[in-house]
Design a protein around this ligand. Structure first.
Ligand SMILES: [Fe+2]
Ligand SMILES: [Fe+2]
Length: 452
């Protein structure tokens, strides 16, 4: 085998180890195996060369004069990670230890904390001596580089949301057609959303708020999954559990999609039996998902079955015996109702966020688990992040951050009029300033949409 082929194998091994690091904990045997494989391949080449230099050229990985175009798609995430950290060149030195490679992979797979810091310094501070990484030089000034990075990030979140929607709709279509689901791809998509939610939740929650006005079928599903992951991560669930809840959220209404697809194709009026069927979507969804237990585990089926059961079991399907719903079902039913009511707002403008709050709080202890519901509104606030609101002094602002202690008084940023823009913590001005009402971003608040 020639050197170029060997290097190609090394790159493949590093990429797959990076993927495994995203999916499993560092102690997991699947990750350990992939790490050892990557390390062994590196060590064998470093026996006859003192260093191996891999570079990024455009959007491709390169070694000596060889550009690995065939690896393009596979290497895409890795190249994105490297670029985010300002790395255009990695050098592996011959004394490389497996532990150093493990730390390097962890560094690449974690969310970049110190953007703008020299990657070489970070590697040194992590105790990685036998891997060096060079910084990319963007534009001429540092300010320019920062600006470029900022723009790239904004585009990324919308892309991230849209890609997620695409990825998810594909998996759902497959289930509806009784085909196999590419579970690894799905899990990877959910993971990237989860990580961004944990570290930069504002951007994604803002998109969820805005996207509710888009009546695409998958918006509700994607939003429920995003909300449920954010909520459960704030409740302190482990990464693995958050991920599993996110996947369950995606499939909670699969039964409804199945039925509506059949009924939509029908010309005549719906029969009573068909209405009854829609109500049965919970049971049907569970039946469909039971076929995917091997790929996705049991939780999606459990949640599909229980998400309309209600906390006091007064919902459906009727149970022959009393059994408390799974906590994932209780979490998802809160997110489900919350998003469905918010989506309703898009065509019934008389359904503002504070009314949704009142409605849901009335159901505390009946539809919803009381403790979870209180926590939910502490975390998401009454006025969700990204909502465009009218303040009592008739300025227009956008909600930026929730105050857990004062759920009616978030931090807002005034966006209109232009000469009175500022950031305000409404908790500190409770007596003089409050939120009057929410504005529909596609009608009355349309002129301000670009400003949020
Ligand atoms: Fe449902
Ligand atoms: Fe739903």
């Amino acid at each position: 085998m020639g050197r170029v082929e060997k290097v190609e194998i090394i790159i493949r091994n590093i990429i797959s180890s990076l993927q495994m690091a995203k999916l499993y904990s560092s102690a997991h045997p699947i990750f350990k195996n992939s790490l050892t494989k990557a390390y062994e391949s590196l060590r064998s080449i470093l026996e006859d060369m003192t260093e191996l230099i891999i570079g990024i050229i455009g959007n491709e990985l390169a070694f000596e004069k060889e550009i690995f175009f065939e690896l393009s798609r596979m290497a895409e995430p890795m190249i994105a990670y490297l670029k985010e950290r300002g790395i255009e060149r990695i050098v592996f030195h011959s004394g490389l230890q497996e532990q150093e490679l493990e730390k390097f992979i962890a560094f690449l797979s974690e969310y970049p904390q110190d953007t703008g810091k020299d990657p070489q310094e970070i590697l040194t501070s992590l105790g990685i001596r036998n891997i060096s990484a060079g910084k990319i030089k963007v534009g001429s000034s540092k300010a320019e580089a920062e600006a470029l990075r900022g723009t790239a990030q904004i585009i990324n979140y919308l892309d991230l949301y849209n890609n997620y929607q695409g990825n998810v709709s594909q998996s759902i279509e497959n289930v509806l057609d009784n085909e196999t689901v590419d579970y690894l791809a799905l899990r990877l998509g959910v993971t990237s959303i989860m990580e961004n939610l944990i570290l930069r939740h504002q951007e994604l929650l803002k998109l969820a708020t805005i996207k509710r006005y888009d009546l695409n079928t998958f918006v509700h599903i994607v939003n429920v999954s995003i909300l449920a992951m954010y909520f459960s991560s704030k409740l302190g669930f482990s990464r693995d559990n958050v991920l599993t809840i996110g996947i369950a959220g995606l499939f909670h209404d699969i039964g409804k999609l199945y039925i509506s697809r059949k009924i939509i194709g029908k010309q005549d009026k719906l029969t009573g039996e068909e209405f009854e069927k829609i109500k049965n979507h919970a049971l049907l969804g569970a039946e469909i998902l039971l076929k995917y237990v091997n790929a996705m585990g049991i939780l999606p089926a459990v949640v599909a079955f229980e998400h309309h059961l209600k906390y006091d079991l007064s919902g459906y399907p009727r149970l022959a015996f009393a059994q408390k719903p799974h906590i994932a079902s209780l979490i998802i039913s809160i997110c489900d109702v919350y998003d469905a009511l918010s989506q309703r707002r898009s065509y019934k403008s008389e359904y503002p966020p504070n009314r949704i709050y009142d409605f849901m709080i009335k159901e505390k202890g009946r539809y919803f688990d009381p403790v979870l519901l209180e926590r939910f509104f502490k975390i998401t606030g009454v006025w969700p992040i990204g909502t465009i609101v009218l303040l009592s002094d008739s300025r227009v602002a956008v909600v930026r951050q929730e105050n857990e202690e004062e759920i009616f008084c978030p931090k807002v940023e005034v966006i209109h009029p232009a000469d009175r823009q500022e950031l305000i913590d409404l908790r500190q001005q409770k007596e003089s300033l409050k939120i009057e009402r929410a504005l529909n971003p596609f009608t009355e608040a349309k002129p301000y949409l670009a400003l949020i």
